[in-house]
Design a protein around this ligand. Structure first.
Ligand code: SF4
Ligand code: SF4
Length: 86
């Protein structure tokens, strides 16, 4: 089938599915290292990082798929990907 140049696809985010069950690695955040820059919140493809009342990131693990992008892009090395314990 030819590609339709004007076609769009549905967003990658899967709010209807709890993508947390796919996860092998889980991000853990260190508030001691975090400078509250918000980069992780902006870049998370699942939009599952919010901020707490003090401005620190909090993850909704029901939707975090463990892709590691937040940890990769954090300028303060405040996020560590740890093997999920099931
Ligand atoms: S990217 Fe890193 S330093 Fe910035 S808010 Fe997230 S955890 Fe904190
Ligand atoms: S690992 Fe980080 S960027 Fe990836 S889905 Fe989870 S919170 Fe979002």
């Amino acid at each position: 089938m030819p590609l339709n140049p004007g076609a769009t696809s549905a967003p990658g985010r899967a709010r209807d599915n709890k993508t947390g069950s796919w996860r092998v690695f889980k991000p853990e955040f260190s508030n001691e290292k975090c400078n509250k820059c918000g980069t992780c919140m902006l870049l998370c493809p699942e939009v599952c990082i919010d901020e707490d009342k003090d401005g620190y990131p909090v993850v909704d693990y029901d939707y975090c798929k463990g892709c590691g992008l937040c940890a990769e892009e954090c300028p303060k090395d405040a996020i560590e990907m740890k093997k999920e314990e099931k």
